[in-house]
Ligand binder design. Structure first.
Ligand code: SAH
Ligand code: SF4
Length: 418
């Protein structure tokens, strides 16, 4: 039987809703990942680790216990060398070291914002030796009582939302599960956020810096389904990274069939980038809407498992001046979401050089949010964080396509004048 097509190819099959070339809705990822000769164990699932142990000659009967040990050292303690795995026999450590590594993606740059936000630029290998490396970003946002890590799922994005800077990036490559989990490991490395090495320090759990994960960085996570699923299940595993599914949110622009799969196979919290209440407008803002219109999207949301007040879906709505921010839109939004346990997250538009939109006026955002609030929804306005390091939503475009000096200056000027 042929193996199923990768999510992105499958997504490109014809759809009755689409009357124009699909290339305008989505680009195809251009490059594939080629594993290094000595692969990293970071990002491997329990069954993959078990296979690795088989390869280095560990008898079947011992593998479960050995997997548990590796899991503990890699995902709970965050060790970077096999030699640090003191409960693992010396022979096994040496055998693993000969064939594998514990490497994370390379950190090309780290920036710390005045508000404490940190951004890491990660360098990832391309397909061919000597080829220019790809770059992707990961952002840590500290807040009172919690710290959120915003993780990327692709270099660039195959979709072309008209207000999003990431969508303008031409080259797209899916990240591996290891590169996705690797972002969490790197953030813990850099923040010193690993569980202590001695048992008494394990209570330090209460003071962990990274408490939440959002798949809201570069890329559309549901177009890299398998890798995102494996990475998030690793992140949620209580014996390792241990961030519960309730504290992990996956944001999608609305890949309907994979929302259903995410409900069945991942089970984390869902955020949907809605941004418009009419298909005609959403078709322009989020071109994927031509394939999966609002009606189908909301039907998938209604079916999302475990929905309750405690497990509400977040609807993201970017505030674009004169485009989607009328009070009639706010009323229509409330009507549209009726019956779905929902939170509505209003995001002030973050401008970028060349973008043709403006952020709604503050008073308009307040009026809009009041209508939503009066209808019984919490409608926090997401405060843009880390603007001075370009880490805010939609500005996560890596240096793969470098901004010109002029663009950078224009961007800085915009940031400074806010
Ligand atoms: N691809 C996924 C997740 C990444 S984008 C998605 O689209 O949901 C994270 C959020 O930032 C999305 O809601 C997205 O619509 C929003 N966003 C993108 N560009 C933005 C911009 N310039 N200003 C404000 N929000 C933006
Ligand atoms: Fe991709 Fe999300 Fe940006 Fe749309 S908003 S282009 S789906 S990253």
């Amino acid at each position: 039987m042929p193996s199923p097509a990768p999510a992105y190819l499958w997504a490109m099959t014809a759809s009755p809703h689409v009357s124009e070339p699909l290339s305008r809705i989505e680009k195809a990822p251009l490059e594939r990942y080629v594993a290094p000769a000595k692969p990293s164990l970071v990002g491997m699932t329990r069954s993959e680790l078990s296979a690795v142990l088989g390869e280095v000659g560990v008898p079947e009967a011992q593998r479960r216990m050995r997997v548990q040990q590796l899991w503990h050292w890699i995902y709970l303690r965050g060790v970077r060398a096999f030699d640090e795995m003191t409960s693992v026999s010396k022979d096994l450590r040496a055998a693993l070291d000969r064939r594998f590594t514990l490497t994370r993606p390379e950190v090309a740059a780290e920036q710390v914002s005045v508000d404490g936000t940190r951004k890491w630029l990660l360098r990832l290998p391309g397909e061919h030796a000597g080829e220019r490396a790809y770059e992707v970003e990961c952002v840590y946002i500290p807040d009172a009582g919690r710290g959120t890590l915003c993780v990327s799922s692709q270099v660039g994005c195959t979709l072309n939302c008209s207000f999003c800077h990431t969508g303008t990036q031409r080259l797209v490559r899916n990240l591996t599960a290891g590169e996705i989990v690797g972002q969490i490991l790197i953030a813990r490395d850099r923040l010193g956020d690993w569980v202590g090495r001695s048992p008494s320090e394990r209570e330090a759990d209460a003071t962990r810096l990274i408490t939440n994960i959002v798949m809201m960085g570069m890329g559309e996570p549901l177009y890299n389904f398998e890798a995102v699923r494996d990475a998030l299940l690793i992140a949620a595993d209580g014996d390792g990274i241990g961030i519960s599914k309730r504290k992990i949110t996956l944001s999608t622009s609305g890949v309907v069939p994979n929302i259903v799969r995410a409900g069945a196979e991942i089970g984390v919290m869902l955020a949907v980038s809605l941004h418009a209440v009419r298909d005609e407008l959403r078709d322009q803002l989020v071109p994927l809407n031509r394939k999966y219109p609002i009606r189908d999207l909301l039907a998938a949301c209604r079916e999302y498992p475990g929905l309750s007040n405690a497990r509400r879906i977040t609807f993201e709505y970017v505030m674009l001046k004169g485009i989607n921010d009328s009070l009639a839109d706010a009323k229509a939004l409330v009507k549209l979401l009726k019956g779905i346990p929902a939170k509505i997250n209003l995001i002030p538009f973050n401008p970028w050089p060349g973008s043709s939109y403006e952020c709604s006026d503050w008073e308009q955002i307040e009026k809009f949010s009041e209508i939503i609030f009066n209808a019984g929804y919490a409608s926090p306005v997401r405060t843009p964080r880390g603007r001075d390091i370009l880490a805010a939503c939609g500005q996560l475009k890596s240096a793969t396509e470098k901004l010109s000096v002029r663009e950078r200056m224009a961007l800085r000027a915009m940031v400074m004048t806010e």
